[in-house]
Ligand binder design. Structure first.
Ligand code: HL5
Ligand code: SIN
Ligand code: MN
Length: 264
């Protein structure tokens, strides 16, 4: 799978591009079986909603489950990311945001890079986010909303600090844009939420402003998000690094795998 000139231009101009039906229904089904297995492994990589019970996010399944170990190398995800970054890549972070039916929580408006800059000493916004829809993404189940082209504004600095968050996962709440900032930005950057069937892939910039609402629908919205980073841009932490499930320490260049995921 190679991005066309037009798709590359969309990524650079809009800050995202949607690739519909990159994985088959059977493949997604098998990824979901693997995810359910990994969700049963207790550990600090499992983040719950405020109820303390429902899964909100799970980090780094690729370090525990062979199916995801292979997935991060698949041509259909790694290929387009390599094209965009034009470099050898490793996995900076991998997560699945579950957003369960009837109440999966919102994600505040934010940019990603500023968090990784402050928490992990990332020197530049060289990452590429590659999201894979594990459920159909509709207007009803809390899709990610982008401000089109807002990645071109660069880092929108704020007084936020990761210092109070210790070594844990950083919820974008801590870095959220204010209502005034948002109202101003949407005058120049249209709100858009790419929708697609499960198996669709959404590439997006670490600098684009994004957020998502509560899932009030009866349909879950599991979204797998892989963040690749060029090997040459791997950070050196100042002080204690965050745990490995949040910040990948294996900086070996990933090799392309052309396999499928049809069989469990
Ligand atoms: N939760 C991530 C982290 O690194 C940061 C957010 O969407 C990514 C902003 O802990
Ligand atoms: C979401 O899952 O809706 C938010 C994704 C993100 O912030 O990267
Ligand atoms: Mn984000």
């Amino acid at each position: 799978m190679t991005l066309t000139e037009e798709q590359l231009a969309s990524y650079h101009n809009d800050g995202f591009v949607l690739l519909e039906n990159a994985f088959s229904g059977d493949e997604v089904e098998n990824l979901c079986l693997a995810l359910a297995e990994d969700e049963r492994v207790p550990g600090p990589w499992l983040i719950t909603e405020n109820d303390g019970v429902t899964s909100r996010s799970i980090y780094a399944s690729h370090t525990r489950h062979p199916v995801f170990e292979r997935l991060v190398r698949t041509e259909r995800l790694l290929g387009p990311a390599r094209q965009i970054a034009d470099a050898d890549l490793y996995v900076h972070q991998m997560k699945v945001n579950f957003k369960r039916a009837f109440g999966g929580g919102e994600w505040a408006w934010h940019q990603d890079y500023i968090v990784w800059r402050d928490a992990d000493n990332m020197r530049n916004a060289s990452q590429v986010n590659v999201a894979l829809f594990l459920d159909d993404g509709t207007e009803f189940n809390g899709p990610v909303i982008f401000l089109r082209g807002s990645h071109r504004l660069g880092t929108l600095d704020r007084g936020a600090s990761t210092r109070d968050h210790g070594a844990g996962h950083i919820d974008p709440d801590a870095y959220s844009l204010t209502p005034v900032e948002l109202a101003d930005l949407v005058e120049r950057h249209e709100m858009v939420s790419p929708k697609g069937a499960r198996g669709s892939v959404l590439l997006f910039s670490p600098q684009i402003v994004h957020g998502s609402g509560t899932n009030v629908s009866p349909f879950a919205r599991r979204l797998l998000i892989l963040t690749y980073n060029p090997v040459s841009a791997a950070p050196s932490p100042v002080g204690a690094p965050r745990p490995e499930h949040l910040v990948g320490r294996d900086h070996t260049p990933l090799r392309i795998d052309r396999g499928r995921f049809d069989c469990p």
